[in-house]
Design a protein around this ligand. Structure first.
Ligand SMILES: Nc1nc2c(ncn2[C@@H]2O[C@H](COP(=O)(O)OP(=O)(O)OP(=O)(O)O)[C@@H](O)[C@H]2O)c(=O)[nH]1
Ligand SMILES: [Mg+2]
Length: 414
């Protein structure tokens, strides 16, 4: 029998605790979200609430963000896809990069570890694709190496007609700058060259009645994500993804540039109260009724998601240690990475949790108790402590990933 409890619950927060609550929840939207869950509990009962919590935590995995990449042969489509999906060290998964025209049909690419972001490589010839398929994609990136071709413009007009989102990517900006410097060693000015390149594209678009301004034009070196407009491109894609898919895109990108790390941390932070609520629901002997993971397992799983998302899980660290040509243990020790020890096993994690839960750090918090239902305690009294502990774990992971990122940047500069 499952506990189907429909009743009135009180959800009172004493006024003098408001400040502490604000601190605990970080964002008033989270308080609103929590109140919505309490309404679900009141109106639909705990089993439905449990299902809803599970669905909400997992729903980013149910969508795909689909990006079509269009452009002439050799313009840099495959290289762009490899860069965004971070496929450079996995030969077997790489989009085909070459000097001859290799792509003849639309091929999809994804990173196996983050499969919800899919790139579609459109061949560099013609625009004779069934037009209705244009609706399948969230974004179009029109890639060129120098001037926009007639095909690029035809494509742009077709996409514009269908009111789909599209951006212009001008690759090989590194080579353009190098050539300019070589040909005009005395008068070369990087900013002016970039302005000129953007203006030329902008002029062509205006002439062709394609309504875009220069913030829709991105100058890239596909081999340098830190440079030029790469980070702005990633940010633009995140900002312009429909709300319901934004989490999917953010959690499907690699944590290899600061902008993406920041966005990921925000998304993970916003999940904390949902995770804590899920872990708290049905504490003790009630838990088996929900056929869910145990309370600790919910938290452990989330901790591992933090590591994976921020590129400090064992698989990602191994890859990074290979790039830096050192062994993984040395990398972990040099960077004082602690979270892999905390999350090395469920047992270790429970030990760490129990110390944290009884520590003074979790004492100074609002006395926020989730409501009882018909006299039955449905939630673990640790709800708020779970929130604080998850926050702490996320902050640790964030610090570690930033440290790793800095080390990697220094290594690349060497
Ligand atoms: N310097 C520089 N080289 C690049 C850049 N992007 C791509 N390349 C090189 O340009 C060549 C063509 O790149 P691809 O990514 O294969 O181009 P593509 O558009 O996929 O070409 P097709 O598959 O034939 O349609 C390769 O040698 C890449 O290494 C860039 O931003 N800068
Ligand atoms: Mg290609």
């Amino acid at each position: 029998m499952q506990p189907e409890l429909h009743t009135e619950t009180k959800n009172e927060t004493p006024d003098d605790d408001n400040d502490k609550m604000a601190k605990l929840f970080g964002d008033t939207r989270n308080m609103v979200g929590l109140n919505k869950y309490m309404t679900t509990l009141r109106e639909k009962g705990p089993t439905t609430l449990n299902r809803k919590l599970e669905y909400d935590l997992d729903k980013w995995r149910y969508f795909e963000v689909k990006i079509a990449v269009v452009g002439s042969s050799g313009s840099g489509k495959s290289s762009l896809i490899n860069a965004v999906l971070d496929l450079k060290t996995r030969q077997e998964e790489m989009a085909d990069v070459g000097v001859i025209e290799k792509t003849t049909t639309v091929i999809s690419y994804r990173n196996k570890d983050r499969p919800n972001l899919v790139f579609y490589d459109f061949p560099g010839v013609g625009t004779n694709y069934p037009k209705h398929t244009y609706f399948d994609y969230d974004f179009f990136l029109i890639v060129s190496k120098d001037k926009l071709s007639e095909n690029d413009l035809l494509f742009a007009r077709e996409i514009q007609k269908r009111e789909k989102k599209f951006y212009f990517v001008r690759t090989h900006i590194d080579a353009t700058l190098r050539n300019d410097k070589r040909s005009k060693p005395k008068t070369h000015n990087e900013n002016m060259v970039k302005e000129d390149v953007k203006n030329a594209i902008f002029k062509t678009l205006s002439r062709e009645a394609i309504t875009k301004d220069d913030c829709h034009i991105f100058l890239l070196d596909n081999y340098e994500k830190e440079k030029f407009d790469f980070k702005r491109l990633l940010k633009t894609l995140i900002m312009n993804t429909p709300d319901y898919k934004r989490q999917t895109l953010t959690l499907s990108l690699a944590a290899d540039v600061e902008e993406t790390i920041n966005e990921k941390v925000e998304v993970l932070k916003a999940r904390i109260y949902t995770v804590a609520l899920h872990a708290s629901l049905g504490s003790g002997e009630l838990r088996p009724f929900f056929e869910s993971d145990t309370n600790e397992a919910v938290l452990y799983k989330e901790g591992n998601l933090y590591r994976e998302q921020l590129g400090i899980d064992d698989k990602s660290l191994k890859k990074t240690s290979e790039v830096m040509s050192i062994d993984m243990e040395t990398l972990e020790a040099n960077l004082h990475l602690q979270t892999h020890m905390i999350l090395i096993s469920m047992e270790e994690f429970i030990n760490w949790m129990s110390v944290r839960l009884s520590s003074e750090a979790t004492e100074d918090i609002a006395n926020y108790t989730l409501p009882d239902v018909e006299g039955i305690t449905l939630f673990s009294p640790n709800f708020q402590r779970y929130m604080i502990t998850l926050n702490e774990l996320l902050t640790m992971c964030e610090t570690e990933t930033r440290r790793l990122h800095n080390e990697l940047a220094k290594f690349v500069l060497k």
